[in-house]
Design a protein around this ligand. Sequence first.
Ligand code: ADP
Ligand code: MG
Length: 688
Amino acid sequence: MRPEILNPLFAALTDLKGVGPQLAKPLTRLGLERVVDVLFHLPSGLISRVPVDRLDEAQAGQTIIVDLTAQDYRPGRSPRAPFGVEAFDRAGDHVRLVYFGRTSGLARKLFPLGEARRVSGRLDLYGDMRQIVHPDHVAEPGDEAGIAEHEPVYPLTEGLTNARLSQLVQIALERRPELAEWIDAPLLASRNWPAWREALTRAHASPRDEAARDRLAYDEIFASQVALMLIRQGLRARRGRAITGDGRLTDALRLPFGLTGAQERVGREIAADMAQDVPMLRMLQGDVGSGKTLVALRAMLAAVEAGTQAALLAPTEILARQHYATLQSMLVGLPVNLAILTGRDKGKARESTLMGLADGSIDILVGTHAIFQEAVAYRDLSLVVVDEQHRFGVAQRLMLTSKGARPPHLLVMTATPIPRTLLLANHGEMDVSRLDEMPPGRTPVDTRVVSVERLDEVVGGLARHLATGAQAYWVCPLVAESETSELAAAEERAALLRERFGADKVGLVHGRMKGPDKDAVMARFQAGEIGVLVATTVIEVGVDVPAASLMIVEHADRFGLAQLHQLRGRVGRGTAKSVCLLLRSPNLSETARERLALMRETNDGFVIAEKDLELRGGGELLGLKQSGDADYRLATPEQLVRLLPVAHDDARLFVERDGGMEGARGEAVRLCLYLFERDAAVPLLRSG
Ligand code: ADP
Ligand code: MG
């Protein structure tokens, strides 16, 4: 249970006075639902205002604070035209305050004629005339607070103003409790970091306060490191089962090819882990197409050889079915009983699968989440393989292995190329194997970067591609701030392509669709009924469609490179030469240019991931969308790279030496874990 002292921070924002459904909407869009979310929503910039006595002291383009008196109104010629307020400073110099969009009522209210007001806004020149469009603050004389010379600017969304968000931040700051210090005292002193409460005040006051920001980022990284270590320690302290296959099934596998060197090596690493009676916690990283399935199958066969069961967990129904079909064809002629279980399996079939699992007649089970829910009991489960793990958080990983008296070995497979730093940050509890070699005979995807100004040519190329009977993906822009506009863009693109190619030739899938609907479209694409599949990023985790050999990615510059790389892996699965067109905005920054060039230059996911982290540097948060799998909201990549080694060492010292709850530090670290919602790890703190 979360300590009471933190409860005010975890209250819903809608519990606050003045936060109704109207405001809740944009807040939710930004991921702000509870007080703590606002507390951790740090400003991204700072407006500086220059107070001036007279307008002629200021320059155009400057944001100023000045006392003005309105002398006249200047209504627009039509109701839609801007409304003007003719105002003068103390010296009698003129400036027009301009209001667009039927806001004349507001303007009249803010500026009664003949009364002085303190005004701030950006001073511009319109021809020779000074003007301020929509002053950002208007204060009445005697308004104590006045207008701040420095104001933090927050990441915003439609329907939410900076002023409103700043108010919420103030409320959140007032609610923040005094908490015991969890950072090691000498470290805190040596870094000159403020205490937690002060760090929050300072980080909100100025985005440039590095010490304050570092401290908060450190807290988050530290909490995450402690959690991962506790989870590893907790699991490894339990007895698992030692599994050694005798090779009778793996040797009987008839494959038309030999294993790659990487598959051999990784297979040995997994076998060595499974031979221990300590549960395996291993992640298998490998690009799309590197042959992870075969590695997993061999591990599962070893489990069956040892007389036990194995389960393969896929993130979606369609992927589960695909795995099932693949494994079935590989297992032809082998005495292995394979079954599938998803949410869709009901009635008798489901009953008999459950029976088979319980009595041990089913050797390998493939399925979705359903295989770990409810009444699914295994006779003797010794290995769980999770495919495309990045949909699963630490808590779920923990849940998977907590079944049964003897935790099964866990193998997590992912195609997301994760840089080494992030591996430690997000999967620090796991050992890692890398499939860094592709099976022979692949032609690398031919990647080209094209300006979106040449869209017509691109559509023409698509037409020729479809005319040959081949298929294509069209991925639509990712707009981090707004899922709605992402969807709108995809819908619009689909409509356009439908006009050109016919409604039945163009399919659309997006994240808002229900699972079965999504699967249905994907299945039609897989069957070749649809020529172009327009998609938001949901196809990232993917389905195998060998006839799709063209991928077009709009606004490629908005994607994380790791994600682009994974997208690109969706093509190039058949024998045909594949092409990936990355459409870029006409004007790109130097960094954005470099990032896209990197995609053209290499097909190596690991190189791309490392380089991407380097190029992104500071600023950008490690959001889910960029890194593939991160849950940091305070730490930037730059901070992570810089602070992780210290946080890692400190966390290790804490977990290994102090070990838990004892003493004030243990109590404080516990708070820190709850604060950053690493609740799953808390019960693993040693007590007493
Ligand atoms: P991943 O899951 O890593 O994306 P898969 O396991 O689906 O990749 O393998 C992709 C394709 O490569 C499959 O068709 C598989 O049969 C094939 N494959 C796997 N290992 C080898 C190998 N050693 N040599 C040739 N082809 C292989
Ligand atoms: Mg796969």
